[in-house]
Write a protein that binds this ligand. Structure first.
Ligand SMILES: [Mg+2]
Length: 230
């Protein structure tokens, strides 16, 4: 009998809030303005992200109210957010890694399903010492040259690829921190535990009706271990 856990990477496993805020500050720096720029505090910025406020509105609230300014802001953000100089600000949640070790010890088959590109995922898996938890064939990500269509379209497909390429299991679970994770799990008939330690708050996650809400990967895994068929 195999129980499998598909986990998203950014959010459940990695705290990306510093990276996103540094990119935000860099965008504020790079977009020209004649009027005063009003950069948000890190907490204010992150709460807007968690409430799923669009980038254009975040730009607007930061003093960039001309359409060409908000456009430039959004373009810079897209260019920078997954770039190497900013990825170094990511921090893995240490308790999440402990929880994954515990899940692996309990015999749960672990797989990553992430919208990171290969070049963004593999160095992080190695750097955070996760290689023994997620074997090569358990790391589902986007090819480096993939043209993204948007997370809510790409993620269900990627999870489908994971489900069809891995050996069958008795029970599967998914853990993620966004609407794309919830949608992907539902499309693939996998129960989803949504975690609130990532880029969406509980209100936003509940709009998409996850099977369960947990604070973080530790709480999600504890619940899965208790509820796994024995
Ligand atoms: Mg995520």
């Amino acid at each position: 009998m195999t129980i499998r856990l598909y986990t998203d990477f950014d959010g459940p496993l990695v705290d990306v809030s510093d990276r996103y805020y540094r990119v935000y500050l860099e965008c504020c720096e790079r977009v020209p303005a004649d009027t005063p720029k009003l950069p948000l505090s890190q907490n204010a910025f992150w709460e807007l992200k968690r409430a799923q406020v669009p980038e254009r509105e975040i730009a607007w609230r930061s003093g960039f109210q001309q359409p060409e300014q908000t456009e430039a802001f959004v373009r810079w953000r897209q260019t920078l957010v997954h770039s190497a100089p900013f990825l170094v600000y990511d921090r893995p949640w240490s308790a999440a890694i402990d929880a994954l070790e515990q899940a692996a010890a309990a015999g749960i088959d672990l797989a990553i399903v992430t919208m990171r590109r290969r070049r963004e995922l593999l160095p992080a898996v190695a750097g955070y010492g996760l290689g023994h938890l997620f074997r090569d064939d358990r790391r589902f990500c986007l090819p480096d040259d993939y043209q993204k269509m948007g997370d809510t379209l790409d993620k269900p497909q990627l999870l489908r690829r994971a489900v069809t390429s891995l050996p069958p299991c008795t029970q599967a679970w998914m853990v993620g921190d966004t609407e794309a994770d919830i949608l992907a799990a539902k499309r693939n008939n996998i129960p989803i535990v949504a975690v609130t330690c990532g880029i969406r708050n509980e209100t936003q996650l509940n709009l998409h009706h996850p099977d369960r809400i947990a604070r973080d990967l530790t709480e999600a895994i504890a619940w899965i271990l208790v509820n796994a068929p024995s």
